[in-house]
Ligand binder design. Structure first.
Ligand SMILES: [Mg+2]
Length: 376
């Protein structure tokens, strides 16, 4: 219902009337693994929020168990609230999940709803999401990410080389599942992308500190790697710091993709654990939590790099002053182009330009294509 407040000519607001959620489990195009996990499918949870005859769309990559959390608990918190009051509603949701823990699946559920509410507000005001958030950048640099440990040499070279051919000057591969194979895999990767491409490596927490320090010298010294992600578990803040203190110059130690809220970002930064903080708009309590965590990083003079979900994330990224780049992750770019109309591709040397000619995030779910993957 749209309300006009007496005394505030032209000020109108809409109540959120409903929250809807659905989960889609999409098989990978081939088996995928990294240093510590193997998977054959990815679950996309889409939330839609209704107000004023419009629907906002947000999502997270999680598990289908997020769906009932959204449609029961969070729907009760959100419906009836002013669609313009996204931050107030976010605060109410965070209070509501206190006993569940403001982490993990509950944080992913809040993330998807918060993302949908920002999109809804932008659509109600007929603005692009990036313009509503306040752009600090016209475009967002992307880096190609995949290079799974399950790939053979040909698949690894084709994927990484393909991004370089597309004009993306930064690419990342996974390492750490079979450390004995990694020198060879890094040789294949470096040969495929050439010397002019920034090469990144992600161990997903596969190493202990001593092993990670040894690998940091191999990565930098033998292969010119610039970015060593999760050399040890990102739960081990002291371990990350220990690697950071003993790595060679020119190699950044990074982590943060699992951070579930801005206050856990503070703990990681307090520990001086990273050179660049990774944040995920689908895990860190949505766009609101992502921007708050980015502000914490700015206070430490640390850059932010966004983890995954690129089509939704690029709008929030463009609003982060100290932004480094956004992860153009194979799984997610594939799913988002399969299931959403309005997805954009990197251009002009790997730059993503959030659409400003469409309201909100510019995305709409292709329901007919998505339905066969629906699991909740
Ligand atoms: Mg990672």
């Amino acid at each position: 219902m749209r309300t006009t407040y007496p005394g505030y000519a032209g000020f109108m607001s809409d109540e959120v009337t409903a929250l809807r959620a659905a989960a889609y489990q999409v098989p990978t195009d081939q088996p995928e693994s990294d240093g510590t996990l193997e998977w054959s499918s990815t679950v996309l949870v889409v939330v839609e929020a209704d107000a004023g005859g419009r629907a906002g769309l947000g999502y997270t990559y999680a598990h289908q168990s997020v769906v009932p959390l959204v449609t029961s608990m969070l729907a009760d918190v959100v419906t009836g609230r002013d669609a313009d009051d996204v931050r107030r509603t976010w605060h109410a949701m965070v209070r509501a999940i206190r006993n569940l823990g403001t982490t993990g699946l509950a944080a992913m559920a809040v993330s998807a709803v918060d993302n949908a509410l920002w999109d809804l507000k932008a659509r109600l005001h007929e603005m692009s999401l990036v313009d509503l958030l306040g752009p600090a950048h016209e475009s967002v640099p992307a880096y190609g990410s995949g290079g799974f440990t399950s790939y053979d040499d040909n698949a690894l070279a084709a994927q990484l080389g393909g991004w370089v051919e597309q004009g993306i000057p930064r690419v990342k591969l996974k390492i750490g599942r079979r450390p004995g194979d990694d020198r060879h895999r890094l040789e294949v990767a470096r040969k495929a992308v050439g010397d002019g491409t920034a090469l990144y490596a992600d161990a997903n927490g596969a190493y202990g500190v001593s092993q990670a320090v040894e690998w940091s010298h191999v990565l930098r010294g033998e292969f010119g790697v610039e970015w060593f992600e999760e050399p040890v578990s990102s739960d081990d803040l002291a371990g990350l710091r220990a690697v950071r203190e003993r790595r060679p110059g020119g190699l950044d130690v990074t982590a943060g993709e699992y951070l579930p809220n801005p206050w856990s970002a503070r703990a990681m930064l307090d520990a001086h654990a990273v050179d660049c903080l990774q944040l995920d708009v689908t895990r860190c309590l949505g766009i609101t939590g992502f921007l708050d965590a980015a502000a914490v990083a700015a206070a430490y003079q640390i850059d932010v790099s966004a983890h995954c979900a690129p089509q939704q994330s690029m709008h929030a990224c463009a609003a982060v002053t100290m932004l480094r780049h956004l992860e153009w992750f194979h799984d997610h770019t594939r799913i988002e182009s399969m299931l959403f109309d309005g997805a954009v591709e990197p251009s002009d040397g790997g730059l993503l330009r959030p659409r400003r000619d469409a309201a909100g995030n510019g995305l709409s779910l292709r329901r007919s294509d998505a339905e066969r993957f629906r699991v909740a």
